[in-house]
Design a protein. Structure first.
Length: 160
């Protein structure tokens, strides 16, 4: 079983319910939930003309290969109404693979670790709640170290 960290975000509809609905679909997709971070409300990054997000990180285990995990998370997004009209635009649910064990993967459709994990406080803050000493397999920095040098953002009102 691979230990994986996934980031979930939502900024359309009942954001909390959207994230819970995604988590509820994990077992049928071959994803075993281990831990869930607190939920944070965050302002959008990149494409700013959209509602605020709720974000969290989950620690999971899976026997799925990374490409199969990507297919399963994309299927969950689609099932929950994710439409990709505007790049980085509003979405009912977004599920990103942050880390998959200590794998380093770069294909046309999948990059692990997530290529922007080190610059996204809305990912690093909840990940730090779960595993501050997790090491990035490329930079060798811990999540806590990455968070200490991450660019500032209007970040993170913890809501639970």
């Amino acid at each position: 079983m691979a230990k994986v960290y996934l980031s979930l975000g939502s900024n359309l509809g009942d954001r909390q319910a959207n994230m819970q609905a995604a988590i509820d679909r994990f077992p049928a997709a071959g994803i075993q939930l281990l831990r869930v971070s607190p939920v944070y409300e965050t302002e959008p990054v990149d494409y700013l003309d959209q509602p605020s997000f709720l974000n969290l990180v989950v620690e999971v285990e899976t026997e799925l290969a990374p490409s199969d995990l990507l297919s399963q998370t994309a299927a969950i997004e689609k099932e929950l109404g994710r439409v990709r009209n505007i790049p980085k635009g509003p979405r009912t649910i977004d599920i990103d693979i942050l880390f998959y064990d200590e794998a380093v993967i770069e294909t046309p459709t999948l990059t692990i670790p997530h290529p922007r994990v080190a610059e996204r406080r809305f990912v690093l803050v909840p990940l730090n709640d779960l595993e501050p000493n997790l090491r990035h397999p490329v930079t060798k920095q811990t999540v806590q170290e990455l968070l200490s040098i991450a660019p500032p953002q209007n970040m993170a009102i913890r809501i639970n």
